[in-house]
Design a protein around this ligand. Structure first.
Ligand code: LMR
Length: 349
């Protein structure tokens, strides 16, 4: 009897401890939970896989979306985020989404251009001049038109998110003119437009996947790359490539996508909550992405071994002229209409 009372007492203490721990620390959105727990069996889980660090515009907006959706559905939907390519990488995330192995991903729009070549209009260098241009195009009717094209791949296009303008990072001499690229191996995402930027400069573009980039830099396989400050900082690329040139020559943004069968399986009420949460997270993203890149730039400025330069105005003008054939190729080989439409949207402020 005494043994029975002691065992019951210890069990009670352990249970109180577990409940207290959960109340104090909450349940972490980035960790999977045991769905067998009582009361959680009805919960719908959205697994959201992405490849960047959590302290980036995409990482933070994904967390914001998860919090919003959980709040709006009173916990009926739980979003489990897998950052840093923990679940899928550049090469297999899209297939996993189409097959319903994962419910959500948010690859860069550049990585979607093999499937949807029209999207490469967004990669055209020096197309966007300000963050406002990016927001207007990606959250307006033009962006919606692009997202609607995903329907034929069993994908529900939910929104575009922004990271920011891309800069150039090199391991050898800094990039101050277009001639400095001659003979370099430059990592660029797998998009024809992005690759052409560097062939025009007589460099060799290499489409290394994001998760292998650090290792390839360690092996000294690449001389340069284009990326945003937040990716350069959060992944520590600046430790291996120490010359940063602020060029703002292109934009990195994301297509936030959900498996369409999964979306259709949700009740209308829950679908509405998903859309609401996405819209609010998207507004948050456009308000905060520039600040995140600016903050990381300040951190890089504190490092004595990282050299930061800005591309001169004259050189920027020269690059824009050199890039003209890329626009011409897009117009002739992909879509004259898309280019006209986006230019109109950017110029009609
Ligand atoms: C890259 O490959 O450099 C980017 O697409 C990574 C990302 O998703 O921001």
């Amino acid at each position: 009897m005494r043994l029975y009372i002691t065992t019951a007492f210890i069990t009670l203490i352990v249970l109180i401890g577990i409940i207290g721990y959960q109340q104090q620390f909450g349940l972490d959105s980035s960790l999977p939970i045991d769905e067998e727990q009582g009361g959680l069996n009805d919960q719908i889980v959205i697994n959201f896989s992405h490849i960047v660090a959590e302290n980036t515009p995409k990482g933070q907006t994904a967390i914001k979306f998860a919090e919003l959706l959980e709040q709006k559905t009173d916990g009926r939907i739980r979003v489990v985020i897998y950052p840093n390519g923990l679940l899928y990488n550049d090469n297999n995330e899209l297939e996993a989404l189409e097959n319903g192995e994962v419910e959500m991903i948010a690859p860069s729009f550049s990585k979607m251009t093999k499937t949807l070549p029209t999207w490469s209009v967004l990669d055209l260098p020096y197309l966007f001049h300000t963050e406002d241009d990016v927001k207007r195009v990606l959250t307006g009717p033009f962006g919606e038109q692009l997202l609607n094209q995903l329907g034929r791949y069993n994908i529900k296009g939910l929104a575009f998110w922004n990271n920011g303008f891309k800069q150039i990072l090199t391991s050898g001499k800094p990039i101050l003119t277009s001639e400095d690229f001659k003979g370099l191996k430059v990592r660029a995402m797998p998009s024809k437009v992005l690759q052409q930027q560097f062939t025009i400069f007589q460099a060799t573009p290499v489409a290394t996947s994001f998760d292998e980039l650090y290792t390839e830099l360690e092996k000294k396989e690449l001389n340069a790359q284009e990326n945003t400050i937040s990716n350069i900082y959060s992944k520590g690329f600046y430790k291996l490539q120490k010359n940063l040139t602020i060029t703002n020559h292109g934009v990195l943004g994301y297509a936030v996508m959900m498996n369409e069968d999964f979306y259709n399986s949700l009740s209308t009420d829950l679908q509405e909550k998903v859309v609401e949460a996405i819209n609010e997270a998207t507004s948050w993203n456009f308000e905060h992405s520039k600040h995140m890149n600016d903050k990381d730039l300040e951190s890089l400025q504190q490092l004595s071994d990282v050299q930061i330069r800005t591309l001169s105005y004259d050189e920027q003008q020269k690059w824009q002229k050199l890039f003209k054939p890329i626009y011409e190729n897009y117009r002739k080989q992909v879509s004259k209409t898309f280019l006209q439409e986006i230019e109109k949207e950017i110029n009609n402020k």
